[in-house]
Write a new protein. Structure first.
Length: 173
């Protein structure tokens, strides 16, 4: 059996092989400046695609004020851990009730991030009797959600309409 540490030193994987010339590029990029759609990376202004600031409100004065007030009242670590296990609060439930009322639905649920939401959604909407046909280059949250799916899955080559048609025929036969 190979020593795991020896193996790690020899096998850096597809991204790790570039570690010496790309530190901070493939993983843990160092972004500078205010959170926004453009930030400095390695001294140059770049478009940032990876932040969860879709509405552009991260630096809005009211959002920053509410964030500061929340930190002052609750500290920086509330809730602690995964909400499902230890992090639920009256504030979560109040927000969910207000969101449900806003969209005129019986209830709503907040998830920590889109990845969790997508993986959970597939599990909730699809039973073992359902068949799913999906693009090979679907986002990782979809792939991981599909891995939990007990029903049949058919994957088609990325953006390949002929292969999609073939997989749809397989799925419906």
């Amino acid at each position: 059996m190979a020593d795991i540490f020896e193996r790690l030193l020899k096998n850096y994987g597809p991204i790790g092989q570039h570690r010496e010339r790309a530190h901070g590029y493939f993983a843990f990029p160092k972004l500078e400046g205010e959170i926004g759609s453009r930030m400095k990376f390695r001294g140059q202004e770049m478009i940032v695609w990876s932040l969860n600031n879709y509405l552009g409100l991260a630096n809005h004065p009211e959002v920053r004020r509410a964030d500061a007030e929340g930190a002052k009242e609750f500290g920086l670590a509330l809730p602690m851990g995964a909400r499902m296990m230890s992090g639920n609060s009256n504030h979560h439930e109040q927000l969910e009730a207000e969101l449900a009322a806003f969209v005129q639905k019986e209830d709503s649920i907040l998830v920590n991030f889109g990845y969790q939401g997508m993986a959970s959604l597939i599990d909730v909407l699809c039973s073992r009797h359902d068949i799913i046909v999906y693009d090979a280059e679907s986002h990782a949250c979809i792939i991981d959600g599909l891995r939990m799916h007990a029903g049949h899955r058919y994957v088609f080559k990325h953006n390949d309409l002929e292969d999609l048609e073939k997989q749809l025929q397989r799925a419906t036969s």
